[in-house]
Write a protein that binds this ligand. Structure first.
Ligand SMILES: NC(=O)c1ccc[n+]([C@@H]2O[C@H](COP(=O)([O-])OP(=O)(O)OC[C@H]3O[C@@H](n4cnc5c(N)ncnc54)[C@H](OP(=O)(O)O)[C@@H]3O)[C@@H](O)[C@H]2O)c1
Length: 282
């Protein structure tokens, strides 16, 4: 049975991977900050050497952009050095390594989707620390998959749930019509990751649901899928709620997945509907 170590296991993406994984097919080691802080080099090495995972999936990270700006040392410790520690283990015990990364490694100034062959140019501490994490993983282990995604929503604190909360409380929303991305369900990302790790197609991948929209359009679709309404207006980013100092154009092209015909991500509106259906059932 394949042994998989998931760090940041209680987060959105770690939780989604656990939901999608078949426990009969894999032995799973879930750790989060409480059990194992990925910045503790010795603990990470001990855990890895003791359990000898076939695959390490690093879902741990500091993802709050404002926190990263305020505490850059924390951001670099977790997003960069944490990834380094895990890749040192991966190299030592021969594991495959999946590093979750982000469109924030790009500057967001493009007018066309970014492919894996475009140069990175992060503008935020979050983006710079994530790029540093990618670089450590690429430097220290050969058997790696760097998976960049964006606008991910799953269980937890995310844009979808914030819009639904606003609808519940009838709090009017002003949302950015000049920020573009591809909403991606954590479960769909998890399915892709579990597909990738069965292969030896190592490298960097862009992995978002198909299609794109503005924050405002995303919220419209969330409300439509949930059958809810709230007063909402489209505004520039600087006047908007629930927006962050993010790259304006955060659209990724799943170029490599497409040209090697490895996997096709679903269309974002279909994914959102699946998420809503499960949310109502759960
Ligand atoms: N969400 C997105 O839109 C998105 C898009 C692209 C890429 N990503 C990347 O995907 C990864 C996971 O994202 P997510 O949305 O699942 O984030 P998340 O929900 O915030 O999960 C991250 C998890 O990592 C934990 N963690 C923080 N510091 C740690 C440490 N030192 N050691 C061990 N665990 C630690 C967090 O614990 P606490 O909550 O207690 O801090 C949290 O449980 C991140 O690396 C992120 O950069 C996310």
């Amino acid at each position: 049975m394949i042994k998989i170590w998931i760090t940041g296991a209680n987060g959105q993406i770690g939780t989604a991977i656990n939901e999608v994984l078949d426990p009969l097919e894999a032995e799973i080691f879930n750790t989060d900050k409480e059990e194992l802080d990925i910045t503790d080099t010795e603990e990470v090495l001990n855990f890895g050497e003791m359990n000898r995972p076939d695959v390490i999936i690093n879902c741990a990270g500091i993802v709050d952009l404002n926190l990263c700006e305020k505490e850059p040392e924390l951001a670099y410790r977790v997003n960069a050095l944490g990834a380094r520690n895990l890749s040192l283990v991966a190299r030592k015990v021969g594991s495959k390594m999946v590093q979750l990364s982000t469109d924030d490694v790009f500057d967001g100034l493009s007018k066309t989707p970014y492919s894996e062959f475009d140069d990175t140019n992060p503008k935020t501490v979050y983006g710079r620390s994530k790029r540093a994490g990618e670089n450590y993983v690429k430097e220290f282990t050969h058997k790696h998959f760097v998976v960049r995604s964006n606008w991910v929503y799953g269980r937890g604190n995310n844009f979808v749930n914030k819009v639904l909360e606003a609808a519940k409380n009838q709090t009017p929303l002003a949302l950015a019509s000049d920020q573009f991305g591809s909403p991606t369900s954590a479960k769909d990302l998890a399915r892709l990751i579990l597909h990738l790790i069965k292969t030896n197609e190592y490298g960097t991948y862009h992995a978002t649901c198909q299609g794109m929209c503005s924050r405002y359009e995303f919220a419209q679709e969330i409300l439509k899928a949930a059958g809810k309404e709230v007063e909402m207006k489209a505004v520039p980013t600087k006047e908007s709620d629930l927006s962050y100092a993010r790259p304006a154009y955060a659209v990724l092209d799943n170029f490599i997945l497409r040209i090697i015909d490895l996997y096709q991500m679903p269309e974002w509106k279909e994914s959102l509907q699946e998420y809503m259906n499960e949310r109502e059932e759960g």
